[in-house]
Write a protein that binds this ligand. Structure first.
Ligand SMILES: [Zn+2]
Length: 283
């Protein structure tokens, strides 16, 4: 799963107790994911979102699942105050340290730079500074970058930053593109050589899964099977199965069968869920 959250705390910004998960909340569900064949989760909670390397280690040790952790800052409203006072160069040093030495004083290294976000219909000045920092760290380390496009917006503008600051587009993945209703823009991002993610599967309040599936099938028919990746982006306690939510398994229990009904083959599933994430993450 290419874009998930296991341990985070967004309550400071969202002001509700639903926006917080601890390792004890998710261990059972991560274990359960293995029964449907998923043994690796890319955790994109970053600095300012309550990222917790030791809790991720605990989940990994208790479940046997692999977890890839992230460095980065999310979107402006979640930035620690020091982000507004530092240059891209200075911020990139934090990311490089997380990737090469370890995060938050541990020896646990970040495996990617994510989720680097822009706001709704806007990349703020501070967000552009962070994008440039991410690209500097990517160029220094080779680490891949995964982004957050708020409700699917600003992909084209993010692409312009990646091009302007010299990112290797084959190491970039644009997030939340299943919420982007502009198929032409999805194709533009794909033509750049980047990946795009259909990573809010199950969030029917944003877009019904059936529409998500039809959009994905359209891009598969265009031949982009080597550039698509999938996830659910669980960000609330109420999304979990024991709270009556759809849970991480929803991708496997519900979305893959829907795609299968549209004629998507096992070979394509393997590409979207194994081959593409492996190629994207390796550096
Ligand atoms: Zn996001």
């Amino acid at each position: 799963m290419i874009h998930e959250h296991l341990v985070f705390d967004l309550t400071g910004v969202r002001n509700d107790m639903d926006s917080q998960l601890r390792s004890s909340d998710v261990i059972e569900e991560v274990q359960d994911l293995q029964s449907v064949g998923c043994n690796l989760i890319v955790e994109v909670s970053n600095i300012g979102m309550g990222r917790d390397p030791l809790a991720m280690l605990e989940i990994s040790e208790q479940t046997g699942s692999m977890i890839v952790a992230s460095t980065g800052f999310y979107k402006e409203i979640f930035y620690p105050s020091y982000v507004f006072e530092r240059s891209s160069e200075a911020l990139s040093e934090i990311f490089i340290q997380d990737i090469e030495v370890g995060m938050d004083g541990t020896a646990i290294k970040a495996g990617l730079i994510a989720e680097i976000g822009s706001s709704l219909n806007e990349i703020t000045a501070a967000e552009e500074v962070v994008f440039r920092a991410a690209i500097l760290a990517h160029r220094a380390t080779g680490a891949p970058i995964s982004t957050h496009c708020e409700i699917g917006t600003m992909g084209k503008e993010q692409l312009a930053l990646f091009e302007a600051y010299g990112a290797d587009l084959s190491r970039v993945s644009f997030g939340h593109q299943d919420l982007n209703l502009d198929v032409e823009e999805q194709r533009l991002l794909l033509r750049s050589g980047a990946y795009i993610q259909f990573d809010t599967v199950g969030k029917n309040n944003y877009r019904p899964d059936e529409e998500r599936a039809l959009n994905l099938v359209q891009l598969l028919e265009d031949g982009y099977e080597d550039s698509l990746m999938l996830s659910c982006d669980i960000t609330r306690k109420s999304h979990l199965r024991h709270s009556g939510g759809y849970g991480y398994r929803h991708l496997f229990d519900s979305f893959l069968p829907a795609l299968r009904n549209h004629g998507v083959t096992e070979a394509i599933f393997t590409k979207m869920l194994v081959t593409n994430p492996r190629r994207f993450l390796a550096f």
